[in-house]
Design a protein around this ligand. Structure first.
Ligand code: BGC
Length: 737
């Protein structure tokens, strides 16, 4: 590879080298304020001023563009990227939902199917996995990641990379290059407002947020995307510490880094300098490719002439991009991924069957007073604004053309039992807010856009119809929550309770006296205090993907025993945010569930703890946990111990249980969280049987980044805790010598 690229670069002009650093989207693909133009893109490709293109899965179009690239001066093939986030045409549950399966093999499988389908469409590079840790559910993009825990996030990140890039990063023509995003710390946006500043110390960043990015690098991810936010006062796309010192020098990453959508030019608004200045600084900090900002292609030559950058800076970035193309095999065969005959591999019945299997493991049962599972002889009223909404089940970032075909909740249920349907309510009482949710995107980019009128049927009438249906039924399934545009990018919310209009519906349903099962569609934790008190059952189905309605019916009628567990805390009040289980103790600690007391770290009007904790999720069976037992009470620094816990299925149904292990470093030279996840196992336990789960532990599991940012295990006492979630743990003490 080195010889090939040396030889190639010897023949390239400066302009051609800079051209490789440029990336544009196709005109239909839009996630920022800059619109692309397909004619201008074609011209740029012909002139060798484009290294990659993203946003199209039209294999015929991409083939034409590849032909043009090969005919241009240096004849270098293009890379074709796309936001393939949770499946391509076959849609899997949204990433936050996938993480609640705690099943890494399944997550890997979703990524490998996504890779197969995307590569059959000409795509060779996907903008995934998104591995940003988030502790604040106001941030809409919490839906795209794996939740609040860095250890779990690291495991999930590796699973995605394996799935996309193939075993041993083979990158054969059924696998694609992964792009890990958003590097770094984007999920730490202050107050959960998208694109907002991040204020974290390096130590807290390393301990609480960085592990998923690091693990993805260790797994061999080929590409990273720099994030929109600043860190330590320097925007990420020009942050030398992040892009070079940490990612490359410390973690050994040797791929290329692409900016996020116009994040290079956005550094002007960050207040750093003009386009030339921010482009030069980004390149020098270690950024290799500029997405849509035209900063590199527009100013680097000038900066070189003026001595603000060196040719070696350009060569370095260009080389990394050529290396990626080499690793993808594009120099050997530029048409490797451009095979129209592979169309039959997309959206197959087989892939949808996997989507159903996967989504079954992502259903979190939050409450059940015994009403679930439902009898298949019951008459069911399926009501609510999300009961017939396919797009909401596809969820945020469903860019494929089949997202409107997701099996709706009503259709899935109606296949199993006699059922009736009513819309039940508006999304929000506030029409302006509902318009912003439904038409915000169109209105932002199409001046004068007028959507279909909303609230044409009065809310009272919708509720009355639903109540009438409820009265004729044995049980009500109320389908409420968030549509796909209420979470995701640029969809932060200050009020994350269930929308008012839908709460009105639930109250009216409750008043009928019929049992009400709430099916929650959402991409983020919501505040469900009222619903937890009033509903007979709450099943959180997230945005479950292509087979959504079938999967929810599988669970509601007991063909599947739910096993998913939360990977984010569900707050009791928005005032608690940011809220996360692995918080510090403070000098005046208050336990999460204790009532108010003066002079401790607490609120007057709310307890500290969540409604549903990290790791929580119910099943149709019950489990009892033994206390953990250690193979030895002491461990030498270079040794290991095993923590064992026996879990018994005390109910009458077989089930899968996610057994969790947490640690607490009692005294350390820096303060440590009250609990940190360090192991988990998902095990099948037949009714009435017990399974013993062993967790091997070494110093590495007990280590953290100390004040000097060294990864250390400090001898002393540790609590080792096991249990079904982060709240209900039992512990044993381990001494490290
Ligand atoms: C998002 C990225 C995405 C990119 C390209 C940006 O606005 O932050 O996640 O990959 O657009 O669509």
């Amino acid at each position: 590879m080195d010889r090939f690229i040396d030889d190639l670069m010897d023949r390239m002009t400066l302009e051609q080298k800079i051209g490789q650093l440029n990336l544009h989207s196709v005109s239909g693909s839009l996630t920022g304020m800059k619109l692309s133009d397909d004619d201008a893109n074609l011209q740029a490709v012909r002139e060798g001023k484009m290294g990659a293109l993203y946003g199209s899965g039209n294999v015929h179009y991409l083939k034409l563009m590849q032909e043009e690239a090969l005919k241009s001066g240096a004849g270098i093939p293009l890379m074709f990227g796309q936001d393939v986030i949770h499946g391509y045409q076959t849609i899997f549950p949204v990433p936050l939902a996938l993480s609640t399966s705690w099943n890494m093999d399944l997550i890997e499988r979703t990524a490998s199917i996504a890779a197969k389908e995307a590569s059959a469409s000409g795509i060779n590079w996907v903008y995934s996995p998104m591995v940003d840790i988030c502790r604040d559910a106001r941030w809409g993009r919490i839906v795209e990641g794996a939740g609040e825990d860095p250890f779990l996030g690291g495991e999930v990140a590796k699973a995605y990379v394996r799935g996309y890039q193939g075993p041993d990063n083979s990158l054969d023509n059924h696998h694609v290059m992964a792009c890990v995003k958003h590097y770094a710390l984007y999920g730490g946006a202050e107050a959960g407002r998208d694109y907002n500043s991040v204020f974290l110390s390096r130590q807290e960043a390393l301990n609480g947020y960085m592990r998923p990015y690091q693990q993805a690098a260790y797994a061999g991810a080929g590409c990273y995307m720099s994030s929109f936010n600043e860190f330590e006062g320097i925007p990420a796309s020009m942050n030398h510490y992040l892009l070079t010192e940490l990612l490359r020098d410390r973690w050994g990453f040797d791929g290329f880094i692409v900016s996020d959508y116009t994040s290079v030019s956005e550094q002007i608004a960050h207040g750093i300098g003009d386009l030339q200045e921010v482009s030069a600084r980004s390149l020098q900090a270690g950024l290799d490719m500029d997405m849509n900002a035209d900063g590199f292609v527009g100013t680097l030559e000038k900066s070189l002439k003026e001595g603000r950058i060196k040719e070696a800076d350009i060569d370095r970035a260009c080389r990394r991009i050529l290396e990626a193309k080499y690793k993808l095999g594009l120099f050997e065969d530029p048409y490797k991924y451009l095979d129209p005959s592979r169309e039959s591999e997309i959206y197959t019945a087989e892939n949808r069957a996997v989507a159903r299997k996967v989504a079954r493991e992502c259903q979190v049962l939050l409450k059940n007073d015994g009403v679930l599972p439902l009898s298949k002889n019951a008459r069911v009223a399926v009501v609510g604004p999300l009961a017939q909404n396919a797009q909401a089940l596809a969820g945020s970032w469903s860019t494929g053309s089949h997202s409107g075909e997701c099996v709706t909740l009503y259709d899935g249920i109606a296949e199993v039992v006699r059922s009736t349907y009513a819309e039940g309510s508006w999304l929000f009482l506030d029409k302006d807010l509902e318009e912003a949710v439904r038409y915000g995107m169109a209105r932002s980019f199409m001046p004068g856009f007028v959507g279909a009128p909303l609230h044409t049927v009065p809310q009272e009438r919708l509720i009355a119809e639903a109540v009438a249906k409820a009265r004729e039924a044995d049980v009500v399934v109320a389908c409420v929550g968030e549509t796909e545009s209420m979470n995701g990018e640029a969809a932060s919310r200050t009020d994350i309770s269930l929308p008012d209009a839908q709460r009105e519906l639930l109250k009216a349903l409750k008043a009928t006296g019929k049992p009400v099962v709430m099916v929650l569609v959402t991409g983020r934790p919501l505040i469900l205090v009222e619903e937890d008190a009033s509903m007979n059952a709450i099943l959180n189905v997230w945005s479950p993907g292509s087979e959504g309605g079938h999967v929810v019916a599988d669970v509601l009628f007991g063909d599947v025993n739910p096993s998913a567990k939360l990977t984010t805390s569900f707050p009791r009040s928005v005032g608690q945010l940011p809220l996360y289980y692995n918080h510090k103790n403070t000098g005046r600690p208050q336990s999460d569930y204790a009532p108010f007391k003066k002079f401790v770290s607490a609120y007057l009007d709310e307890i500290n703890g969540p409604l549903y904790p990290f790791g929580y999720g119910l099943s149709y069976t019950t489990y009892s946990y033994s206390a953990p037992v250690l193979s030895a009470a002491e461990m030498p620094l270079n040794g290991s111990v095993t923590a064992s816990v026996t879990v018994t299925n005390t109910g009458t149904r077989d089930g899968y249980e996610v057994v969790q292990l947490y640690i607490h470093d009692i005294y350390a030279t820096s303060t440590r969280p009250v609990k940190e996840l360090k192991g988990f196992r998902k095990v099948f336990i037949p009714a009435g049987e017990s399974v013993t789960v062993d967790f091997p532990l070494t110093a590495d599991d007990l280590s953290y980044y100390n004040h000097e940012l060294q990864w250390v295990c400090e001898p002393g006492d540790f609590e080792i805790m096991t249990g079904p979630n982060s709240r209900d743990t039992q512990s044993v003490q381990l001494t490290v010598r």
